[in-house]
Write a protein that binds this ligand. Structure first.
Ligand code: PMP
Length: 425
């Protein structure tokens, strides 16, 4: 596999972009090696600038429900591009996409389009603070909610985040309701919101324990705080109704992104009508955006969601389960401890001999083994997330033949792994 052009482009990019990239995880920092520079995508495949083909399970970090350049989405974009890409004035398309979203996620009685997941979550948090008149946000270690100041706060203070902001954020382990309860008691009546990825997708794929989300719902209600579900990954990915539909737990506010733009930037936040009515210009909570709800993104999003509603989730869910099961079986046969699972079109695995339930257990999984498997798969033409702490996806165009050839690649790549090298990183 030649990488000469990617290597040359990465050298040039490194002169002009920090780390050579425009979003950190693209740099292959956790797996090493040269990031592949992509030339084009088609269906389930990516083609790099050296002419190598990869079956893509990153899918722009979950944004592409139908793979690359799906004809229905391309047609919608092409048509709209000819009619204008942004007007800075309302269009019918915004209402049409919003109606599809509220139909799928009825808790989003009203919503507002923005351009990125970061903006969606940041705005939902502002609204929660305004609606409750409280300041403190409770979030979970290992959940990612974009890069707004408050939402980057972890156990340690990241550079550039004011101490005063961090003091208003409490971070607790995922999946541990008892600690959340203690934290709520400690925070008292200054808790504005509990924010959570209802299925965690940014520490690898980590499922909520039975009762965890319902417990958060009950606690938030009891202490007068709002419950915010960050469904930027899970929305239209684990099922038509997102995690809230799947688990039957209703948040006060929801953030969406990725899939709803059909591969063009779009995100949204929304929820209870009484809360969303506080947003400007209807209410006093300011939030705006030059390209929010632009017709290009709306047209692409409508095409993607219509296709998704038509296709359903049965095939993608089965494909994701097959892939997760295959990794588990192949590693078990090789004597390598692995934990793998899927939910809807999302799937993932950890090189771990204990169940991964939170950030600590995710970080204890063997990252160097993941890096070896990742590169062995890349050589076989399979593109997984270049980090063990991300989630893989399948799209509606990953058909049975594609899945079968990926499983063959798993088996070949597993042969490249030394069975005895498992050690906690
Ligand atoms: N929330 C979650 C759960 C995410 O996974 C992401 C991005 N991966 C974001 C928010 C931020 O979205 P964006 O990158 O569009 O700002």
């Amino acid at each position: 596999m030649t990488l000469a052009r990617s290597a040359a482009l990465f050298r040039a990019a490194s002169q002009i972009f920090p780390g050579g990239v425009n979003s950190p995880v693209r740099s292959f920092g956790r797996v090493g090696g040269v990031p592949r520079f992509m030339a084009r995508g088609s269906g389930p495949y990516l083609f790099d600038v050296d002419g190598n083909r990869y079956t893509d399970y990153v899918l722009s970090w979950g944004a592409l429900a139908h793979g690359h350049a799906h004809p229905a989405v391309v047609d919608a974009i092409r048509t709209q591009a000819g009619l204008g890409t942004t007007f800075g004035a309302p269009t019918e398309l915004e209402t049409a996409l919003a109606q599809r979203i509220t139909h799928a996620l009825p808790s989003m009685e009203m919503l507002r389009f923005v351009s990125t997941g970061t903006e969606a979550v940041m705005s939902a948090v502002r609204l929660a603070r305004a609606a409750t008149g409280r300041d403190v946000i409770l979030k979970f270690d290992g959940c990612y909610h974009g890069h707004a100041d408050a939402l980057l706060v972890e156990a340690t203070l990241p550079p550039g985040i004011p101490r005063a902001v961090a003091e208003r954020v409490v971070v607790v382990p995922y999946n541990d309701l008892a600690i959340v309860e203690r934290a709520c008691a400690f925070i008292g009546d200054d808790l504005a919101a509990i924010i959570v990825e209802p299925v965690a997708g940014n520490m690898g794929l980590v499922l909520p324990r039975d009762g965890f989300l319902a417990g958060l719902r009950a606690l938030a209600t009891r202490v007068g705080a709002l419950l915010i579900f960050d469904e930027v990954i899970t929305g239209f990915r684990i099922g038509w109704g997102g995690a809230q539909g799947h688990f039957g737990v209703t948040p006060d506010l929801t953030a969406l992104g990725k899939v709803i733009g059909g591969g063009v930037p779009a995100a949204a936040y929304g929820g209870r009508r009484d809360l969303m009515s506080l947003i400007a210009p209807q209410g006093p909570v300011y939030q705006a955006g030059t390209l929010s709800g632009n017709p290009l993104s709306m047209a692409a999003g409508i095409a993607a969601l219509d296709r998704l509603e038509h296709e359903g989730f049965a095939r993608t869910s089965a494909a994701a389960a097959t892939l997760a099961g295959a990794v588990g079986d192949i590693m078990r046969r090789a004597g390598i401890p692995v934990r793998s699972h899927s939910l809807g079109a999302a799937w993932g695995f950890f090189f771990s001999d204990v169940d991964v339930v939170d950030h600590e257990t995710a970080m204890n999984a063997d990252g160097s083994m993941y890096a070896r498997f990742f590169h062995a798969l890349l050589a076989e033409g399979v593109y997984l997330p270049p980090s063990p702490l991300e989630t893989a996806f399948v799209s509606t165009v990953h058909d049975e033949a594609v899945i079968a050839s990926t499983i063959d690649a798993f088996a070949a790549a597993a042969n490249a792994l030394p069975a005895t090298c498992f050690a906690r990183a």
